[in-house]
Design a protein around this ligand. Structure first.
Ligand code: AGP
Length: 610
């Protein structure tokens, strides 16, 4: 998704804005640009491609002003090009934008009819035209933004400056995140904390349909109708070095290796080790009242978070006997779902900003049903909107391909399912304590499967020669097969499909030949024998099997091209062990292909547009 930075202050705006854009690179982009005051005017420099290109163009360019804006663009309307890169400048008004203006065609036609000269294929430029036109009447950048907002439809955030007002920045947020960092004599607006914390940890969170007006060292917050809002500035906790690579070649590998710690860290707020019981007070002061009335759970998420929800479905139904449905957020609101107040809607999202997930949550809230979030980014839009909150607590996840957030979600879904099982009296005291003990002792087992890093580093050359991959699993391993396939798709751009092992005979088995790798996820559980026969079927057809099983399973070892053993664990925790080798496999195949592991092509860390 696009990255936005706006700055007013005593430092060199070029340095602050460029370092901010670099901190936002992980969001994914294809072009970038800045517009900064210089000698009374605004100078704009843009470039297609990575920030290095823009840096090269800015090397000998100096700016004398205090104010500027910058942008990394993830193309939605208009191909990646310098012409379509932001900022867009019209009659001295420069604007950057994240999101989609849904009624851009009607706006464009109206502007063309009035003689506007449109330079790009973007919807963003049209907003700059509207503000520039309004400015001629209002003589106020803030008033012009208020005047233009009612004309725009869609989820979008914009930041705008004008040559006539050198100390001012106006920003509007509705959907894609924007935050204000309140420094000493400086103000910085950005899409994410990473761009702000090097300058200040004093953060003002901007809600949907709100406007920020920076006027020199001062700032003011308004509703989109112009009503002033008072909101407390939050002092956030941030540990910069944790967000760096710490010697790993990529953030993703660092984050894979952090999992033993982050899974334990995720657990920490929810387990009372002395009493051997779960502590859920932090979900909300009303958590008991809400959860005691729940007789059904609907999990709503996207991508990897959706797969963690699929695991959650098995956990909650088996441990708590509460019916669970899992919904793709991008489908949910378009199928007119029947939303019931006795159902708990659980939204899983690492970023807490995924547009489809947020939209689904808003629909549920409109119907007055209880909402819960399992997310990683505190005070994200999702986090600030729900009744019950659980945090993945895995620190910043920078790699676009989600790893530690996924395993944190899985351990917390174990915690939640165990709590519900005891609350609903499906688990007796002994079973409850046993399950808590398993969960608490579990994180150290992850170290054992990290050992497969060197294996995949050495076999990546062989693996990348396969024409395609089928990942199969049954029961609680089926979502892990889907997640493993997604990792290979998004990192190595290779054909990979996740399938329920039982579905193979209904078609996919026709795909199998010597050039097809079959990844079989089959730890020891009540469906192991069934999956073993699927493995045998795949081998009988020449499929090259990479099998993941528990301990030294001789049958699987005999049949598989490669056999990876997992330490013995309870069925509810096997998914966390099984996914780690699949993360490592995708990482090394991608790296051996020379791809950008942390920022795979076309992808964004947080998909804040539909
Ligand atoms: C996972 O590796 C992908 N980056 C993607 O599927 C991601 O899980 C999805 O976009 C959901 O993101 P969220 O958890 O921030 O909502």
């Amino acid at each position: 998704m696009c990255g936005i930075v706006g700055y007013y202050g005593h430092q060199n705006p070029k340095n602050v804005i460029m370092s901010g854009l670099k901190a936002l690179e992980y969001r994914g982009y294809d072009s970038a640009g800045v517009a900064i005051f210089d000698k009374g005017g605004v100078k704009r420099v843009r470039a297609e491609g990575k920030l290095e290109k823009l840096e090269g163009q800015l090397k000998n360019v100096n700016f004398t002003g205090h104010t500027g804006i910058g942008h990394t663009r993830w193309a939605t309307h208009g191909i990646p090009s310098e012409r379509n890169a932001h900022p867009h400048t019209v009659d001295g008004v420069s604007l950057v934008h994240n999101g989609i203006i849904e009624n851009y065609v009607e706006i464009k036609n109206e502007l063309l009819k009035s003689g506007a000269k449109i330079q790009s294929d973007t919807d963003s430029e049209l907003v700059a035209h509207l503000i520039a036109r309004s400015l001629k009447k209002t003589k106020s950048l803030l008033k012009s933004v208020f005047a233009v907002l009612p004309k725009l439809k869609g989820a979008f955030s914009i930041v705008v400056i004008s040559e006539e007002y050198p100390d001012e920045i106006v920003a509007f947020k509705n959907g894609p995140p924007l935050l204000l960092g309140v420094g000493k004599g400086e103000n910085i607006i950005a899409s994410d904390l990473q761009a702000i914390v090097p300058y200040t940890k004093n953060i003002l969170y901007i809600e949907d349909n709100e406007v920020i007006h920076v006027d020199g060292k001062e700032y003011a917050l308004y509703s989109h109708k112009g009503k002033k809002i008072k909101r407390k500035v939050e002092k956030i906790q941030w540990n910069q070095e944790k967000a760096e690579k710490q010697g790993y070649p990529h953030f993703m590998l660092k984050e894979i290796y952090e999992q033993p710690r982050t899974v334990a860290q995720a657990l920490q707020p929810y387990v009372d080790l002395e009493k051997m019981q779960l502590k859920m007070e932090s979900l909300s002061p009303k958590y008991e009242d809400i959860l005691s009335k729940v007789n059904r759970i609907v999990v709503v998420a996207c991508g990897t978070s959706y797969y963690s929800g699929m695991v959650g479905e098995y956990l909650i139904e088996k441990l708590a006997k509460i019916p669970v449905e899992i919904e793709l957020a991008s489908e949910f609101r378009y199928r007119q779902p029947i939303i019931s107040k006795s159902t708990l809607y659980l939204f899983i999202s690492q970023s807490g900003e995924t547009a489809d997930t947020i939209a689904a949550m808003k629909l549920v809230k409109e119907h007055g049903a209880p909402t819960m979030a399992l997310c990683n980014v505190r005070l994200s839009t999702l986090d600030r909107s729900v009744d019950l909150k659980m945090y993945m607590n895995c620190d910043s996840e920078i790699g676009v391909a989600s790893t530690k957030a996924f395993t944190s979600s899985l351990i917390l879904l174990n915690v939640f399912a165990t709590y519900l099982g005891y609350l609903k009296q499906e688990l007796n005291q002994k079973e409850y304590v046993e399950q808590i003990r398993r969960i608490v002792d579990f994180p150290s087992l992850i170290d054992k499967v990290l050992a497969y890093n060197s294996f995949f580093k050495s076999t990546a050359e062989q693996l990348k020669k396969f024409k395609g991959f089928l990942y199969i699993g049954r029961g609680v391993s089926y979502p892990i097969a889907l997640e493993g396939a997604l990792k290979l798709k998004e990192l190595a751009y290779m054909h990979a499909e996740g399938y329920s092992a039982g579905e193979m005979k209904h078609g996919p088995i026709a795909l199998i030949d010597k050039k097809m790798a079959i990844v079989v996820v089959a730890p020891e559980d009540d469906v192991f024998e069934k999956t073993l026969s699927n493995l045998e079927e795949a081998c009988a057809r020449g499929g090259q099997v990479i099998a993941i099983g528990t301990e030294q399973n001789e049958k699987m070892k005999k049949l598989a091209l490669h056999y990876l053993s997992l330490p013995q664990a309870h069925w509810s925790l096997n998914p966390i062990l099984a996914v780690v080798p699949l993360q490592l496999m995708a990482y090394h195949v991608s790296d051996s292909l020379g791809y950008d592991v942390d920022q795979p092509r076309n992808l964004a860390k947080s998909v804040t547009v539909e």
